[in-house]
Each structure stands twice: as C-alpha cells, then as structure tokens.
Design a protein around this ligand. Structure first.
Ligand SMILES: NC(=O)c1ccc[n+]([C@@H]2O[C@H](COP(=O)([O-])OP(=O)(O)OC[C@H]3O[C@@H](n4cnc5c(N)ncnc54)[C@H](OP(=O)(O)O)[C@@H]3O)[C@@H](O)[C@H]2O)c1
Length: 230
C-alpha cells in the first residue's frame, strides 16, 4: 500500500530531496513551504507528478497555517518535521546572538515541530502504520564538544527532549516518534564542503523511516540507523 507523507520545509535542501525520494518510491506527499519560499523546484515536481505531490503553504511557526492545511487531509502515515534554521553560527560574541534571531531559531526549531505534530495528530491517528519523524542534529547532543552555534545546538537538544515527552504521551495511541540526524549535508545550511549530497541523505533517511516502530520510539538515530546519544 502506498503511504501518505507530509514534509515541512520541502522547497529546498533535505526537505526537497525527501519529497523526490518519496515520489521515487511511489508514495504520496504533501509538501509544505512558506508563502515567501522560492518554490519553483517543488512546483515543477508537482507538475511532473500531479497524482503524487501536493504543494501547500505553511510557516511552521504559525499554528493557524498548519491547522488550515490539516482541514483538507483525511489520513497521514508519515509526518516529517524537517523545516529548520541555523541562526548565529559563531561564538558568544556573534552579532546574530540577538533577540529576533534567537527567537526565530527557538520558534522554528522547537515550537515549529511541536505545532506541526499537534496540527496533524488527528490525521496521523487515522493511519494503520503511523510514524512521526523529527529532523534534528547531532549538534544538539549533550556530548558535543562545540564552542559555537549556541542557540541552534540548544534548539536541537530541546526538540529531542520534546520528542521524548511526545513519545511518552503518544505511546498509548501506538504512534512512534523519533529524532533523526540527517548527516552533514550539502545544502544552504550545511554548506558546500559537507560530506553528503541531499539525495544520499534523503535515501538513507527514507530507508530508516521504513524501520521505525514502537520499539524504536523515543530515541535519536543517525540517518544510517545507528543509535545516537541525546
Ligand atoms: N544540512 C545539514 O548538514 C544538516 C545537519 C543536521 C541537521 N540538519 C537539519 O535538517 C533540516 C533541513 O535542513 P537543510 O540543510 O535542508 O536546510 P536548508 O537548505 O537551509 O532548508 C531549510 C528549509 O526549512 C524551511 N524553513 C525555515 N524556516 C521555516 C518556517 N518558519 N516555516 C516553514 N519552513 C521553514 C526553509 O524554507 P525557506 O526556503 O522559505 O527559507 C527551507 O525549505 C533542518 O531541521 C536542519 O536543522 C541539517
């Protein structure tokens, strides 16, 4: 049976590659991007695969956008919370460590997945094989040795913590939820020297998604399926 996916931040980077991977595997996908996003590549994918891709607009920090999208959907099998931003990449004195940018990072990377999951929970509950995936980062691990990107790291640590709380609340509904580190990927965020192409990362994440079950729920994985420390 083909599965219904929903992916946030799907107009570029890992989200766009995941959309392509879902189509390659003959599943269906609702791909979300912001109204302001450059969505040319997604529109072209949709034109080539009209029965497989649906394009919808939502900013993950605006819960009403997500709720509006959810109104026309009956069932979702796999929800992928991918949208994310980096904010300040430097140390303590980085000028981007200021109120608006810090607040954007925390709202996008922490509240964003939380709002997304809450908005689509009823649709996920209609699935016989539901799965919720949060694209996190190993930079959020408490074992990291970095000395920069303060609020990005903190946001990914926080969303991993929220993933665990959600896994406890969703256990009785038999909905597994995990965090996945996508690898270091050549995107606008990852930069040109990253080790993985978006296609390599997306293909690996897609394979891992197929293996997610209740036993794996509440844990943090590398894209290759190995276990990561929180
Ligand atoms: N690349 C890496 O090496 C790497 C490593 C670890 C984790 N990650 C994680 O992987 C995920 C995807 O990253 P990426 O490398 O593909 O980054 P990217 O190329 O910068 O793409 C980020 C995507 O998120 C969207 N987005 C940002 N804020 C949003 C909002 N408020 N509402 C809806 N969409 C929003 C962007 O849309 P716009 O085009 O509108 O800005 C874009 O589609 C992120 O969660 C990131 O933290 C990436």
């Amino acid at each position: 049976m083909d599965m219904n996916y929903l992916i946030t931040g799907a107009n570029r980077g890992i989200g766009l590659a995941l959309t392509e991977e879902v189509i390659r595997n003959n599943d269906r996908v609702i791909s979300l991007c912001r109204r302001s996003s450059d969505s040319d590549k997604l529109i072209s994918l949709q034109n080539k695969n009209p029965s497989r891709v649906e394009l919808r607009e939502a900013d993950v920090t605006v819960e009403s956008d997500l709720i509006n999208v959810s109104k026309n959907i009956e069932r979702l099998d796999v929800l992928v919370c991918n949208a994310g931003i980096m904010g300040a990449r430097g140390g303590m004195m980085d000028k981007d460590n200021e109120f608006d940018i810090i607040s954007d990072v925390l709202m996008t990377n922490i509240a964003g997945p939380f709002f997304t999951i809450r908005a689509f929970l009823n649709q996920i509950k209609q699935s016989k094989s539901p799965k919720i995936i949060i694209i996190s980062s190993h930079m959020g691990s408490q074992k990291h040795s970095g000395s920069e990107s303060y609020f990005y790291r903190a946001s990914k640590a926080a969303i991993n913590n929220i993933m665990i709380t959600l896994s406890n609340e969703l256990r009785h509904s038999k909905i597994p939820i995990v965090s996945i580190h996508p690898g270091w990927v050549r995107t606008q965020m990852g930069g040109e020297y990253a080790t993985l192409s978006t296609k390599e990362s997306a293909s690996s994440i897609y394979k891992l998604i197929q293996k997610i079950d209740m036993k794996k729920s509440g844990h943090f994985y590398n894209h290759d399926g190995s276990h990561l420390e929180l």
